[in-house]
Design a protein around this ligand. Sequence first.
Ligand code: GDP
Ligand code: MG
Length: 162
Amino acid sequence: IPPVVAVVGRPNVGKSTLVNRILGRREAVVQDVPGVTRDRVSYDALWNGRQFVVVDTGGWASDATGMAAQIAGQAEIAIELADAVVFVVDATVGVMDEDEAVVRVLRRSQKPVVLAANKVDDPRTEAEAAKMWNLGLGEPYAVSALHGRGSGDLLDAILESL
Ligand code: GDP
Ligand code: MG
């Protein structure tokens, strides 16, 4: 049975774009506008000859009420079902309340976590990614899911965490 890797984080940080990057094809639906309810979708992935299942997560109510709690709740289910978790943050925006809510769930889960600081499209944003050390989740992997920058190192880290 291949191991399961869940990709979690608040809406719009680039989870689905990252899943597509991991798959090497466009299957996960990328949304420019957050608010479309989708739950967990699993895909078969392969890296360095190793098979694993990557789970894209979404699925949040469209009203802003209790959004952090809803996102954390969704993440909680995905984390529970996973062997390892990729936690995606948007390095261009920084850490928000909704991110902190997911961090608390991650800590409680004691699952291996790989931190992806996304939207680092160019070296100028590297410093923002480095600030994510403060989350206390280990090394932030600076990536651009859109352009592929850093995705190889991230994938290596994901497989090492399994
Ligand atoms: P999700 O809600 O977390 O699944 O985020 P999506 O993958 O749907 O992406 C949300 C938006 O961020 C889309 O407009 C993406 O094109 C954009 N995006 C995702 N990754 C990157 C990236 O690495 N760099 C930039 N500049 N934009 C990105
Ligand atoms: Mg998505």
